[in-house]
Each structure stands twice: as structure tokens, then as C-alpha cells.
Design a protein around this ligand. Structure first.
Ligand code: GLU
Length: 513
């Protein structure tokens, strides 16, 4: 019988979720949904030293923003909980005991100083079959001494006993069959008595079994942990439920070589986190895709294609399409360059497809950030403005640069444009234009444009100069959408007010022509 697909995203709450982690979560989600399986969110918080307050909430919020749904987790609950490792101590303790009883693990008392000395004395020191008998552990010391030290409360760790001479086979859906010699592995620490907690290694693997995980889909940097996964499953007698491994390619710097880092984002000006993050310790703030004006659909689409392709050139794909098309067969082994400019391209595309209501929702926070009093504008007005300028925007934030004059009158006039378009006759011609406005029944109706253009033609005025001078008074520069779209939205009073203000200011302090 086919095994039920159960995947897990297992972040450690040690800081904001990195964009690479988001991609891992996304691939897990796509695979789960495609196969009618379950997506588990497991919080791996057994390293109390590295715990960062707020990180778990951040993970939840980021996944929710992106539409990466969770079936079983801390908040969702589920049949194999708790889903937070710090709440599973008893389970791990029991498993550590089982390995000790079976002689598959042993107790070690070496202090950090002793380990340091061993490393200093032996080049490439590794705690393994060749060195363990020279260290202080339950294999090298008499039983009574071990018992005495434990009774005295001496801190100890439990290490996994790795037998040399084994070929450990890891089957990976992207990398194929990978064989690792057990000789190169060290006796990994599985548990620390000092905080009565397991290490990542034990907790991660025990939970994969207990939570019935069918596929371990994670970043390539975890590939070195896979042989331990295999050996521990064997030691516990769980071979038949061994998960299928999938190690995803790294995300690489947009330029040059190596792994994408936060510093690349700072250097090149793009976020490497899904949401804005305030570091509680350093007080440092890191930018996020959401706050930078990206749409979640665009971020999902962009990330999906970093390391996977649908087998053809299709680029724009909704979550549903991604779920249908996703396949590990089309995942690359080599790292994927983080082409952040392409992220903007995706966002531009998605921005064009939003409904007017969605566009308004995306634009409002940007307006607020620029100090616009939203109570003064209807959603209809904001929506119409956004519709007019969205074609030139990549991010919601760009809408402001394209449309600021719909919310505030210009406070300066582009001097180059003034020089080119403004002449001593301009003020009188603009005044005349204002009187033409009075001849049309509805300033915001379709009659205005032919009336103004007809009048300019009749008078033999210079069309380009006059219309641009008109635009200058309203916009402050020679840019923006069609002039009669602007007049329609701003309305007669505001337009006339700006024209008179322009006439006054440009004639007084503008460059003389
Ligand atoms: N807790 C690990 C992390 O932070 C999990 C790695 C895995 O998925 O096995 O990514």
C-alpha cells in the first residue's frame, strides 16, 4: 500500500525565518497538497541557548501571509502532538534510555576543556571508534565510577555509538543514492543532562518517526545529518518507516559565488526575510518582503522557481498551478541564484492582475506611510488612481512615486520642464483655459478633452507646450498618466486651484524665459 504523504517543516526559533527556509516550507506544502497529504509544522526549540523570543510567532505569521497552510502544528493541534519539542522531554528521555539499554549509546563526562585539549592534541580530532576509549565515558571507565559520577550530579552527555566499517545509504529524490562511510561520522551527542534536553539530532529523528513523516524535505545543508537519520532509525528498529529524503539546492548570492546571506540583501538592497524583523537583542531591524510592498502570490511564485521549473517556460503560476505541476524530477541539484530583480518582475505581473479592491488594500498602507489622511479619500478614488498608474509600478510602494500628486499639490516645479515649456504667454493662456472649463456641462465627463483641444487648435496655440505647462501646474513635472484622466479624478476645483497656484509661483520665482 502507498504510504500516506506526511511532510514536516521543522524550523528552530532562533531568529527570523530566512527566505531559504520559506522556500523549504513552500516545497513541503506543494508536495503535501499535491498528494493529498499532511503538512506538519514542528518547532525545534531544544537548543535553549539559541532561543529567540518572537521567532515562533514570526514563523507562523510569515507562513500565513504566504498562504502556506499547516495541517498539524502547535496552533493547529493534531494526533501526534505536542508539536513543540521542548514539550516532549519525556518522549526523548525514554528513547535515550532505550539506546543506552541496548548498548547503542553511552554516557560521556568529558568537560569542554577536556574536549578542547583533545582537539588541540590530535589534528582533526573526532569523537569516534579511534578515540573514544581514550576519553572519559561509560565505555572507557569502570561501571562504579560512572554510577558515582551520575549520583553526584556530574553533568554528562549521551553519545550515539557509531560502528566503523559500514556503508550508510541515503536515498535522495534529487541527489539519487548517496553512500557515506560510517568511519567519517562522529559519535553524535544525543542528549545533555545539564538541561535535560535532547540535541537536535535525536529530537528531529525521533519525531520524524513518531509523527509518521514520509518525506524529509529540507535544505542541502542538512544532508550531512542524513546518515545519522538512517543509523538511528536502524538502532530503534524503525527501518520499515524510513522517510524518503529530499535535499533542496542552496540559494546562492545573486552575484558571485556562495550562499545567499543577509549581507547580500543589505548590500544589493533586497529583503532576505519574508516579514520585517526587529531583533530583540541587537535592536537591529531587517526588511521584509511584505513591508517592502511585495504581494504574497508574487513571492510564492518567485520562490517556487528558485530550484525548480515546471518542465517548460511557464513562469506565472498560481499556488494551485504550482501544486499541480510541482515535482522533484524538475528540481536542480545545483544551487539557485537568488535573482531578486526577477522577484520585482513577478510582483509587477501580479500587481496588474489584482482586483480594484485588492489594489486598494495594497495601496492604503503605502499612502499611510506617506502621511496621507485616508479619511479624506474614498476607496473608489484610491482604486481609480491605482488603476491608472499600476502599469508603471513593480511594488505597491512604487504606486506612490507614480501617483503622489493625486494626494498632494506640487510644492515645486521641475525647473528643466519650466524652462522648456513655460513662456510669458503661458499664464494668460492657462487663464483662458480655465474659462473654457466653464463651457462644458460636466468637467469630469468626456466633453472636456475635445473642448480644450478644440480651443487650442482654434487659437493656434502650441499644443505640446501648453498641455505640458498645464501638466506642470497640476503634477509639478512632465510625467504621469493621460492629462484628462488626471483632471477627471482631481475635479475642477482642485485643478483650477493648482493652475492658479502654478501661475503665481512659476511667474514669480520660476526661471525667466
Ligand atoms: N531544526 C532544523 C532547522 O532549523 C530542521 C532541519 C530538518 O528539517 O531536518 O532547519
Amino acid at each position: 500500500m502507498e504510504r500516506e504523504v506526511r511532510v514536516r517543516f521543522a524550523p528552530s526559533p532562533t531568529g527570523p525565518l530566512h527566505i531559504g527556509g520559506v522556500r523549504t516550507a513552500l516545497y513541503n506544502y506543494l508536495f503535501a497538497r499535491q498528494n493529498g497529504g499532511k503538512m506538519i509544522l514542528r518547532i525545534e526549540d531544544t537548543d535553549s541557548q539559541r532561543f529567540v523570543p518572537g521567532a515562533e510567532e514570526y514563523i507562523n505569521e510569515a507562513l500565513a501571509w504566504l498562504g502556506i497552510g499547516i495541517d498539524e502544528g502547535v496552533r493547529e493541534g493534531g494526533p501526534y502532538g505536542p508539536y513543540k519539542q521542548s514539550e516532549r522531554r519525556d518522549i526523548y528521555r525514554e528513547h535515550v534510555r532505550q539506546l543506552l539499554d541496548q548498548g547503542r549509546a553511552y554516557i560521556a563526562f568529558d568537560t569542554p576543556q577536556e574536549l578542547e585539549a583533545a582537539r588541540a592534541a590530535t589534528p582533526n580530532f573526532q569523537y569516534d571508534a579511534s578515540t573514544r576509549m581514550g576519553m572519559r565515558n561509560s565505555l572507557s571507565m569502570p561501571r562504579e565510577e560512572v554510577d558515582r559520577l551520575i549520583a553526584e550530579g556530574t553533568p554528562y552527555v549521551v553519545r550515539f555509538l557509531i560502528e566503523p566499517g559500514r556503508n550508510v545509504e541515503v536515498n535522495d529524490l534529487i541527489r539519487g543514492r548517496v553512500v557515506i562511510k560510517s568511519d567519517i561520522l562522529d559519535d553524535k551527542v544525543l542528549y545533555k543532562s545539564a538541561d535535560d534536553l535532547p540535541t537536535y539530532h535525536l529530537a528531529n529523528i525521533v519525531d520524524d518517526h513518531l509523527m509518521r513523516v514520509s518525506h524529509v524535505i529540507r535544505g542541502e545543508e542538512w544532508l550531512p545529518s542524513a546518515p545519522l537519520h538512517v543509523l538511528l532509525y536502524e538502532a530503534f528498529g524503525w527501518q520499515d518507516t524510513m522517510p524518503q529524503f529530499v535535499h533542496l539546492p542552496l540559494l546562492l548570492k545573486p552575484d558571485g559565488k556562495g550562499k545567499l546571506s543577509k549581507r547580500d540583501g543589505d548590500r544589493l538592497g533586497f529583503p532576505v526575510f519574508p516579514l520585517l524583523w526587529h531583533d530583540p537583542k541587537s535592536g537591529e531591524t531587517s526588511s521584509g518582503y511584505r513591508e517592502s510592498g511585495y504581494l504574497p502570490q508574487a513571492v510564492v511564485n518567485f520562490l517556487a522557481l528558485l530550484g525548480w521549473n515546471p518542465g517548460d517556460d511557464t513562469e506565472i503560476m498560481s499556488m494551485d498551478e504550482l501544486i499541480r505541476k510541482f515535482s522533484f524530477d524538475h528540481c536542480s541539484k545545483s544551487g539557485a541564484k537568488f535573482a531578486y530583480e526577477k522577484g520585482k518582475w513577478f510582483n509587477h505581473n501580479y500587481l496588474q492582475t489584482l482586483s480594484e479592491a485588492e489594489l486598494v488594500a495594497a495601496f492604503k498602507p503605502v499612502l499611510e506611510a506617506h502621511g496621507v489622511d485616508l479619511s479624506k479619500y474614498s476607496d473608489e478614488y484610491i482604486g481609480q488612481v491605482a488603476e491608472l498608474v499600476k502599469g508603471r509600478a513593480n511594488l505597491a510602494a512604487d504606486l506612490w512615486d507614480q501617483a503622489n500628486f493625486f494626494f498632494e499639490a506640487p510644492d515645486s516645479y521641475d525647473p528643466k520642464a519650466v524652462k522648456k515649456r513655460w513662456s510669458p504667454d503661458t499664464p494668460a493662456q492657462l487663464e483662458e483655459m480655465i474659462s473654457i472649463f466653464d463651457t462644458v456641462p460636466d468637467f469630469c465627463g468626456p466633453e472636456l478633452e475635445p473642448a480644450v483641444l478644440g480651443w487650442i487648435a482654434d487659437k493656434g496655440y502650441h499644443l505640446g507646450n501648453l498641455m505640458n505647462a498645464f501638466r506642470l501646474t497640476v503634477v509639478g513635472a512632465c510625467r504621469g498618466p493621460h492629462m484628462f484622466d488626471i483632471t477627471r479624478l482631481l475635479g475642477k476645483d482642485e485643478i483650477v486651484k493648482r493652475m492658479r497656484q502654478g501661475i503665481e509661483r512659476i511667474s514669480c520665482d520660476g526661471p525667466t524665459v
